[in-house]
Design a protein around this ligand. Structure first.
Ligand code: AMP
Ligand code: ZN
Length: 461
């Protein structure tokens, strides 16, 4: 089954055909690392990781080049540096590190390339220079601007008119622009700005605008025309529209053949966002929920639709995953065979239909239980292979069933293992009071110790 993807440019699903099947290119706009990202920011991480996994399954692991940038030149980083007195680089490295650790916790593979904006200023200057020479950009007292009326087909992605730019960026409306819809490619430094946010340019010291950063990083690593460009729906306009304007006017080629946008993660009926204050941090969720539960909950809605984030959604995801891991446990010792799971693959190939893919995964768990009930060795082997193959495509079932039962979190596991051992030692020393105290302490956090002839094991209940 070919992969079909919804292309925002066409407003329709189309069959995905890469320009070169030995070098499939995917670019996704990454974070501005100025504080901890909220769980809404991880929706694109998980959605495009699932696409990355699907593309790798079809074209080969080395054939897919996925770039996700770090926007380490941005107003919010400058503000954070002025507020804390810390250098921009230190803030960016700290929060990019947390972002990558959080991504790993929800089983997102590291992207092939993680370009940092500060390492690509020369490429940005090069594009700006081309745009000026081709009559698409001009110098003004406050910076260099892209002249939107110079591009006849501006607005192809969002269907919005140039005037909307004006409303969308009211704070940026400078008197020295030729047209109110023009946007900044290079902003001249202002007196109170930190030195580490200022670069030299042929037009004056300053820093690049946000949009040109992605245009430059995408072209530098993936080429002038990329296969798929992704991001959240809020980036469609003006960010992606302006990336297209810059890249296509500078290079004379289409920037991306397919544009994909994920819908919002909502909470309490509104977009989760720092400005509204209705945010949940991944780090906090991980205290109570395994990363796979969070990933499962995120994939339970189709990526283009809004998804309402609730405790109930997480609880349901946990119940379903417990059942699937329970089935996997029953076939775990079956022989290893090859059995690619078509249903999950087919569902994902249909514009990443993850709700259907998760339903197919549950059906595989049912098949595994049936095979185990009937003690059918061949069917058990196939069921195990199907489950693990589907799990790899979805970024799920990455723990063993035994690890899953023990909560799957390795720090937690070693701490509990140590307590269980301390209890064994207390019993050996006939210190029954201490042994009982440890049992009660573990029971209070939902850990049950099971004493067997072979020793003591434990599970989370
Ligand atoms: P930002 O740091 O706000 O630029 O966001 C980083 C990425 O997360 C972008 O692709 C945004 O579109 C996406 N994003 C931000 N908030 C949400 C949300 N509530 N739901 C889904 N995606 C979001
Ligand atoms: Zn971008």
């Amino acid at each position: 089954m070919p992969i079909r993807l919804h292309n925002t440019l066409q407003r329709a699903k189309q069959i995905f055909e890469p320009q070169d099947s030995s070098r499939v290119t995917l670019y996704v706009c990454g974070p501005t690392p100025y504080n901890r990202a909220h769980i809404g920011n991880f929706r694109p991480v998980i959605v495009f990781d699932t696409l990355f996994r699907l593309l790798r399954a079809v074209y080969g692991e080395d054939a897919v080049i996925y770039a996700r940038n770090i926007t380490d030149i941005e107003d919010k980083l400058i503000a954070a540096s002025l507020e804390t007195g810390e250098p921009i680089k230190a803030i960016a490295e700290k929060y990019a590190g947390i972002y990558n650790a959080d991504s790993k916790a929800v089983n997102a593979l590291p992207p092939t390339i993680e370009p940092w904006a500060t390492a690509h200023v020369d490429e940005m200057l090069d594009i700006i220079d081309r745009l000026i020479r081709k009559g698409h950009a001009y110098e003004a007292p406050t910076g260099v601007y892209f002249h939107v009326p110079s591009m006849s087909d501006y607005g192809q992605l969002s269907g919005r008119k140039p005037e909307d730019n004006e409303a969308g960026a009211r704070v940026d409306v400078d008197d020295d622009k030729r047209d109110p819809s023009d946007f900044a490619l290079w902003k001249f430094a202002k007196p109170d700005e930190p030195d580490d946010a200022i670069w030299d340019s042929p037009w004056g010291r300053g820093r690049p605008g946000w949009h040109i950063e992605c245009s430059a990083m995408a072209a530098a690593h993936l080429g002038k025309t990329i296969d798929i460009h992704g991001g959240g729906i809020d980036l469609q306009f003006p960010h992606h529209e302006n990336e297209i304007a810059q890249s296509e006017c500078a290079h004379g080629e289409q920037m991306a053949r397919i544009w994909m946008h994920n819908g919002f993660l909502d909470m309490g009926g509104e977009k989760m966002s720092k400005s509204l204050g209705n945010v949940v941090l991944l780090n906090d969720l991980l205290e109570n929920w395994h990363g796979e539960v969070i990933r499962f909950a995120m994939l339970s809605g189709h990526y283009r639709a809004p998804l309402d984030w609730t405790d109930d959604l997480l609880a349901q995801a946990k119940t379903t995953l417990d059942r699937i891991y329970g089935a996997l446990r029953r076939v775990w010792d079956a022989e290893d065979v090859d059995s690619p799971s078509r249903d999950v693959f087919d569902a994902l190939s249909d514009d990443l239909n993850t709700p259907e893919a998760l339903a197919a995964l549950s059906a595989l768990a049912t098949a595994a239980n049936t095979a185990a009930d009937q003690n059918d060795a061949d069917a058990m082997a196939r069921a195990k292979a199907d489950l693990l193959d589907a799990g790899d495509l979805l970024g799920l079932l990455q723990s063993t069933p035994a690890e899953w039962e023990q909560g799957g979190n390795s720090d937690d596991k070693s701490r509990i293992d140590a307590l269980v051992q301390a209890r064994i030692d207390a019993r050996t020393a006939k210190n029954w009071a201490e042994a009982d105290r440890i049992r009660d302490e573990l029971a209070a956090e939902g850990v049950e110790i099971m004493d067997t002839a072979g020793g003591s094991t434990w599970r989370k209940i």
